[in-house]
Design a protein around this ligand. Sequence first.
Ligand SMILES: NC(=O)c1ccc[n+]([C@@H]2O[C@H](COP(=O)([O-])OP(=O)(O)OC[C@H]3O[C@@H](n4cnc5c(N)ncnc54)[C@H](OP(=O)(O)O)[C@@H]3O)[C@@H](O)[C@H]2O)c1
Length: 340
Amino acid sequence: MKAIAYHNYGSPDVLKYGEIEKPAAGDNEVLVKVHAASVNPLDWHFMRGTPYVMRIGSGLRQPKDTRLGVDAAGQVEVVGRNVTQFKSGDEVFGLCQGAFAEYACAPERKLAMKPDNVTFEQAASVPVAAITALQSLRDKGKIQAGQKVLINGASGGVGTFAVQIAGSFGADVTAVCSTRNVDMVRSIGADQVIDYTHEDFTKSRQRYDLILDTVGNHSLLECRRVLNPKGKYIMIGGPAGRWIDPLPRAINALMLSRFVSQDMGMLMAKVNKDDLTILRDLIQAGKVTPVIDRRYTLVEAPAAIRYLEEGHARGKVVITMESELAKKHISMPTAESSDR
Ligand SMILES: NC(=O)c1ccc[n+]([C@@H]2O[C@H](COP(=O)([O-])OP(=O)(O)OC[C@H]3O[C@@H](n4cnc5c(N)ncnc54)[C@H](OP(=O)(O)O)[C@@H]3O)[C@@H](O)[C@H]2O)c1
């Protein structure tokens, strides 16, 4: 099968498109024929092997797993003998190891049935980003209707889901983004928008019950300043570093939490079937619509990652498989900025 593989850490140039062996589903796994995959910052962290601390798990000198990509949507090809909830032909989405390939395997517990009102590309854009937004707001943030919630980095992969998910909980949502994204974040439901090129949200008089920070460009003390006394600050990422960042910021947030009335900390998302199913229901109810920025073909995966690494994606960046394009009789307009 065709796939993206890499044998050394480095820039997108290390990614090679070619033939690799089709994976076989284990007893608890599902083999998925991938129709579309999406790109996450996680993928370029694995590609570069940074922060270095992650190489303890991914391989010290070279990547242990030469395949890349996790988010996928497609059709079930084969199920392992212990799999009970899927059968051949089902349309699914979820976490598939090595998703930048024609076929990839996923544990049954990391997949759900695809929402039937969206494309495979939209479904593939959901798993990591939307689950991060959902778990941050619901589990760590304990979001409530009527609360004032600020999303910093509202126009990115996680941010575009967070704005819509916070809205679905009945929160009053303030989105922070740059000028070119103001209309887009309004269109997905932001009640207020702060253009960070003109205004610094940490200097505002407004106070928030919950801040979801996908950027980490303000100090913790600055963020705390605009939290209500019982407010919560949740970071999910921060400026990328070579060694251990953003761990020190996460530790500082935990330490600070012990001395102030607010709750501050980091969330690491865990993809699971229950949350994928909640997201599928939100999508089917029209409360959440994945926002797709650019589409690439599998052979163009290095360009997709290069673009995401620039840090200015508007929603999600997806990779569409040739088979899917052929089915739709589409010739790919590459690096095209589309909308929702
Ligand atoms: N903890 C977890 O489990 C977890 C899970 C997923 C992701 N993450 C992390 O979360 C972060 C965000 O992920 P993502 O998928 O959303 O990334 P992304 O799609 O690459 O986010 C890019 C967005 O960030 C915005 N941005 C850049 N600088 C900004 C600033 N100063 N103020 C406000 N917005 C700014 C950009 O908007 P402009 O173009 O307008 O600047 C762009 O829309 C990454 O660090 C990622 O590693 C963590």
